[in-house]
Design a protein around this ligand. Sequence first.
Ligand code: APR
Length: 235
Amino acid sequence: MRVFVLTGAGISAESGLGTFRDPGGIWERFDPMKLATPEAFASDPEQVHAFYNLRRRDLLAAEPNEGHRALARLEAALTASGGSLYLCTQNIDDLHERAGSRVVHHMHGELLKARCTGCGAVVEWRGELDVATACPGCGRRGGMRPDVVWFGEMPVGLDEAAMAIETSDLFVSIGTSGSVYPAAGFVDIAREAGVRTAELNLEPSDNAWAFDERRYGPAGEVVPAFVESLLAGRG
Ligand code: APR
């Protein structure tokens, strides 16, 4: 069986990392236009670095939850039986990897990587970033940025993801509000290709209507139960 899973901030909520659009969410406390756009970085890089340094510190203190671990089990079981799991996450955290997922497609980039705007080098980065940080590649200071996709920038690997969706047997969306494109349009690609669709979320997303199956509740409970039923052939 070939399964495509799309995850959003909701799968990391029980690990203590905030979601964006829930009450008290990140975009209720911080202005994305001042912190998550290329223009914001150009006009006030210190403020943008401070925002991502805070999120990087929070991530290093967080642990994967049962939802992440269930998807790692699903990948191992499908691979062992000749199937596949294409795990595409909108999240910039590394909790899928720390839970044991071996192949993760970060369509919005990765918080624990930094990129030099001068030479393009991408490096693992677990510490603080600031305007004085020198690029390990070219040595230039002032050009290092978080290797994440900001509003107005192109997400990573969309063509590859679309092909993976079209050739899958099942499309599962987990912990996302379905309010940000292009990820919110992935379910439409699945439906047009005749792929079965399922939504696992705390509550119905903006495009809940588009899904064949819907299960609601905390990801730490709903995802393990779904994976168990899928692997038992009941899914
Ligand atoms: N278990 C499952 N789902 C949950 C949980 C939980 N414990 N807690 C919250 N949710 C659900 C919410 O109901 C909501 O539908 O997770 C979803 C989170 O939605 P958003 O906060 O909009 O996050 P997301 O969909 O990942 O945002 C997409 O927007 O700002 C950009 O780049 C950012 O990748 C992000 C993108």
